[in-house]
Design a binder for this molecule. Structure first.
Ligand SMILES: [Zn+2]
Ligand SMILES: [Zn+2]
Length: 208
């Protein structure tokens, strides 16, 4: 699945490239490449998207580098697996909040939005953008519980990786569903311990 962000009808996607990947700016739906930026493992770049400079930051978070994309106002854009295009607003339509000419209809709820009251991605209304942004933050925090899977893969090879990934998937699912940090950490520790025991048992059985 492509890691990407949608902004005002254009799409930014991460692609494999030497030495550490690149970002491409695409014009959907034809996916014409408008712009390309080579990345390093860590750094900060300005990428022109839909005529505006988006700030891209890549930094180490836990075991792997993460890419964060910021709209001109400084708000972080939520990543989206698929491109989200702004819905066109009928000519002459006004946004209800400011009675100003609408630039689009919110891609989620259909409310007409003007330049001023649109969310940071210029694709959703401020309220829907807030919901998506919050969900993305929660997802990113929950994914931290998947990090030990890499250790399982290194220590236990393919078999260890499989058990680790099962435990990690369950730990992330639990972390997304509860606000209680003790439950999140307790579930993750228990699941990974169970995965380690299962891995040892299966590894011994396979050898015997
Ligand atoms: Zn909306
Ligand atoms: Zn408005």
């Amino acid at each position: 699945m492509a890691q990407g962000w949608s902004f005002a009808g254009q799409r930014v996607e991460f692609r494999a490239a030497l030495p550490a990947g690149k970002l491409v700016v695409l014009a959907p739906p034809a996916k014409v490449v408008l712009h390309e930026v080579k990345l390093s493992q860590e750094g900060e770049w300005s990428v022109p998207v839909a005529g505006q400079p988006l700030k891209v930051v890549r930094k180490r978070k836990g075991l792997t580098p993460v890419i964060e994309v910021f709209a001109p106002g400084g708000t972080m854009l939520p990543p989206a697996d698929r491109h989200v295009a702004p819905r066109p607003a009928p000519a002459g339509s006004l946004c209800p909040a400011n009675q100003a000419p609408a630039i689009a209809a919110c891609a989620r709820c259909g409310t007409f939005i003007c330049q001023a009251c649109a969310g940071a991605d210029l694709t959703h209304c401020a309220s829907c953008f807030g919901t998506l942004h919050e969900a993305a933050q929660k997802n990113a925090a929950a994914m931290a519980y998947f990090a030990p899977v890499i250790v399982f893969g290194i220590m236990g090879g393919l078999l260890g990786g499989v058990f680790g990934a099962l435990a990690g998937g369950a730990a992330v699912a639990i972390a997304k569903r509860t606000e209680n940090k003790v439950v999140k950490i307790g579930a993750a520790v228990g699941l990974y311990a169970l995965a380690a025991i299962l891995w040892i048992v299966v590894a011994v059985l396979l050898r015997g």
